[in-house]
Ligand binder design. Structure first.
Ligand code: SAM
Length: 238
């Protein structure tokens, strides 16, 4: 995974590019709406811990991520957080919480149907009865194939990013190809493969794990670097 996504090779760049994201705020508002007494939270696919840092002001939090490099960066950048290395297809913390989250499209990196089921089993294994699950994931593909260009600016660097997509209807994998041209003239390419789970599929997988979807909030906007995503909110029934 780190070989393909530039952000995973350079987690600090990821943090800088995502600095304006309000995913944690949206997530917290949804938890407040659906489980206002929530006090404990596990975030799967927490990456650099940028959302967890904000959520940890309100909840007792644990973050879990697959990639050692992301976890190492998160621990260095945010030493107060409890971040573990683990695969959400199988990870067991051994404790249940009031809120389970999986933000920033982390679920989309799980491509196979059985593996998606395993992830929902992991969510269930960490949910108290009545717990809330908040997912942020792509719910429809980007099918346009013409390249689009955007500028990415951080305090350290400026880059032009040219993006084009492929959509494989059968596997529901949206492949994003990026060409980064930094102001130094240095170029880098990366390829990101994300599985789209349509809303009804999310309901199906959630139900298989014992969750009932209670809300879906469209975050769509034809972003150049990311596709249409939605927040799915589900309640753990058993
Ligand atoms: C785009 S990043 C999002 C990170 C964070 N949630 C955010 O919004 O900033 C996706 C993250 O999912 C993690 N990931 C992918 N597959 C995973 C798995 N099977 N188990 C745990 N983490 C996974 C990756 O390592 C990566 O850090």
């Amino acid at each position: 995974m780190k070989a393909t996504n530039l952000f995973y090779r350079d987690p600090a760049l990821y943090d800088a590019v995502q600095a304006d994201s309000d995913a944690a705020g949206t997530c917290q508002a949804l938890i407040d709406q659906h489980r206002p007494d929530a006090a404990t939270l596990v975030d799967f696919g927490c990456g650099t811990g940028r959302d967890l840092e904000i959520l940890a002001k309100r909840f007792e939090c644990v973050g879990v991520d697959l990639q050692e490099r992301m976890v190492a960066h998160a621990r260095r950048a945010r030493p107060g957080l409890d971040i573990r290395t683990g695969d959400m297809r199988a990870y067991r913390l051994g404790r249940r919480v009031d809120a389970v989250t999986c933000l920033g499209n982390s679920l989309a990196y799980v491509h196979d149907n059985n593996a998606v089921q395993d992830v929902f089993a992991t969510f269930a294994a960490h949910a108290r009865p009545g717990a809330v699950l908040v997912l942020c994931s792509p719910v429809s593909p980007i099918t346009q194939t013409e390249p689009a260009t955007a500028t990415v600016e951080t305090s350290d660097t400026r880059a032009t990013v040219t993006v084009h997509y492929e959509w494989d209807l059968r596997t529901q994998i949206n492949t994003m190809h990026r060409l980064w041209t930094f102001e130094s003239g240095h170029e880098a390419r990366d390829v990101i493969r994300r599985r789209v789970l349509f809303p009804r599929e999310l309901e199906h997988y959630a139900a298989g794990g014992g969750f009932e979807v209670v809300d879906m909030v469209d975050e769509s906007g034809p972003g150049t670097l990311t596709g249409p995503t939605a927040y799915t909110v589900a309640r753990y029934r058993s």
